[in-house]
Write a protein that binds this ligand. Structure first.
Ligand SMILES: Nc1nc2c(ncn2[C@@H]2O[C@H](COP(=O)(O)OP(=O)(O)OP(=O)(O)O)[C@@H](O)[C@H]2O)c(=O)[nH]1
Ligand SMILES: [Mg+2]
Length: 457
């Protein structure tokens, strides 16, 4: 779908709004000025009184070309502007199934009154008609993609407008400060007045800066809720990392063998722990690599260790004391890392005190306890009563920009620069926040944002 289409609001669009594939019921949605007319063309003219707004009516539908019977549908007309898109919307609830839906879409197009919608085009129209701000539209996309309870809860809060309202209130406070600074510019001759006014307008900005910093500090957590918490399993070759991954996943996701250096690439498995999405990565054993491929594997393992939210260092209880000593010397354990001893079945009684966990990836001993510990850690890190504000890279980048301008506004003022220069930075900060909700200058971003949506939304 060429993106040029998506800004043409005069056109009427149609798409399957429910999930594709076999289903009891499918919902075909029309939006735009000719929605009602399109539906009427599918009725038998004689027996088709006009559709009453917001009433479900059972109607037989016929192809506009040859008059062939299509399906019986529950038809609902929702006139704009109080509809999802803000335009006239008609929904046809028909029997599900790919061919039936295809036939209905073809019939709608055959009327010559509408065209197939592009990805996210319904939501984009809702945004353009002021029914949603951009963060709410993104919340809707997240809700559709949500597979876990944690993702759902975060998406719902976004859709309810919590984040959008916060960004908007920050922007309003910046605009107030800007107005005060402009008043200061208007008193160029009385040197005391601008100083006072500027000071008064800048004090609230210090508080605002603290709030924005706090919201930004939650970004990593919010992102993990949305995209998944990343756990990396690390250790030397043959420690049993792949065996552990398979135990956690409950299937043979990675190859296990007695040959040291079996795993070369990162193997990832997705799980749900405590209602949050989690990615567990098995990595190549860390050692002086014997060939180029293994060296690349080790590089990827270290890379993954770096970006993980939680690292599991897997140690082999059968290793001699020298090896273990060397591992702990060469490994940079962090406070939050989990140290797990493996192969307890081979060395009963040889456990060390500093082990937070002891398992046998072969027999499955200790795996439930480890899973519970992982779940507790994920929940501890990801659950929060704070409203998720910065949830996407787009928000993070614009909010950081706003913070940067805010800091330089305050610096400019301290350096004794005039209110014009201070005001310019405040204006730039307000603009960045306005772009988050879509209040200002986002036209060129919309194609990208809405192209992530599925068709029919
Ligand atoms: N007895 C026993 N053997 C285990 C245990 N865990 C793994 N093994 C064995 O140890 C060998 C290595 O296991 P892997 O899971 O492939 O080890 P890895 O850490 O992934 O090794 P690389 O991929 O080479 O880094 C295999 O022969 C496993 O069957 C365990 O708890 N007990
Ligand atoms: Mg392996």
């Amino acid at each position: 779908m060429p993106s040029g289409h998506s800004t043409d609001r005069g056109e009427t669009i149609v798409a399957l709004a429910s999930g594709a594939g076999r289903a009891g019921v499918a919902v075909v949605r029309l939006s735009g000025p000719a929605s009602l007319e399109t539906a009427h063309r599918l009725f038998h003219v004689k027996q088709s009184p006009a559709l009453a707004p917001r009433h479900a009516t059972l109607r037989p539908l016929y192809a506009p070309g040859n008059g062939a019977f299509l399906d019986e549908a529950l038809v609902i007309f929702m006139p704009g502007p109080n509809s999802f898109t803000g335009e006239d919307v008609v929904e046809l609830q028909i029997h599900g199934g790919a061919a039936n839906v295809e036939a209905m879409l073809r019939a709608c197009i055959e009327t010559g009154l509408c065209r197939v919608a592009g990805p996210g085009e319904f939501t984009r129209r809702a945004f353009e008609n002021g029914r949603l701000d951009l963060t709410q539209a993104e919340g809707l996309a997240d809700l559709i993609d949500a597979e876990t309870e944690g993702q759902r809860a975060q998406a719902l809060r976004l859709l309810q407008g919590e984040a959008g309202n916060r960004f908007e209130s920050w922007r309003e406070r910046l605009i107030e400060a800007m107005a005060a600074l402009e008043a200061a510019i208007d008193f160029p001759d009385e040197s005391d007045v601008p100083e006072q006014i500027a000071r008064r307008s800048l004090e609230p900005l210090a508080r605002l800066q603290t709030e924005i910093e706090a919201a930004l500090s939650d970004w990593e957590r919010n992102r993990s809720v949305r995209e998944g918490f990343r756990i990396a399993i690390l250790g030397k070759p043959n420690a049993g990392k792949s065996s552990l991954l398979n135990q956690l996943a409950g299937r043979e996701a990675a190859i296990v063998s007695p040959i040291a250096g079996t795993t070369r690439d990162v193997v990832e498995v997705r799980m749900v722990l405590g209602g949050f999405p989690v990615w567990v990565a098995d990595t190549a054993g860390l050692r002086e690599a014997v060939d180029q491929i293994e060296a690349e594997g080790v590089r990827r393992a270290l890379d993954r260790a770096q970006s993980a939210d939680l690292r599991i260092w897997l140690l082999d209880v059968t290793d001699d004391a020298d090896t273990l000593e060397r591992v702990s010397r060469e490994t940079s354990f962090a406070e939050s890392d989990l140290v797990v001893w493996n192969k307890t079945d081979l060395a009963a009684g040889r456990m060390t005190d500093d082990a937070t966990s002891a398992i046998s990836a072969e027999t499955g001993d200790g795996i439930p306890a480890l899973l519970l510990a992982l779940e507790q850690e994920v929940v501890r890190k990801l659950s929060s009563s704070e409203a998720p504000i910065v949830t996407r890279a787009r928000h993070q980048s614009l909010t950081s920009q706003a913070l940067h301008h805010l800091q330089s506004a305050r610096r400019a003022f301290q350096d004794g620069l005039g209110p014009e220069l201070v005001g310019e930075d405040v204006r730039m900060a307000a603009r960045a926040l306005g772009q988050v909700t879509g209040k200002v200058d986002v036209e060129d971003l919309l194609d990208r944002i809405f192209s992530d949506f599925c068709i029919g939304k």
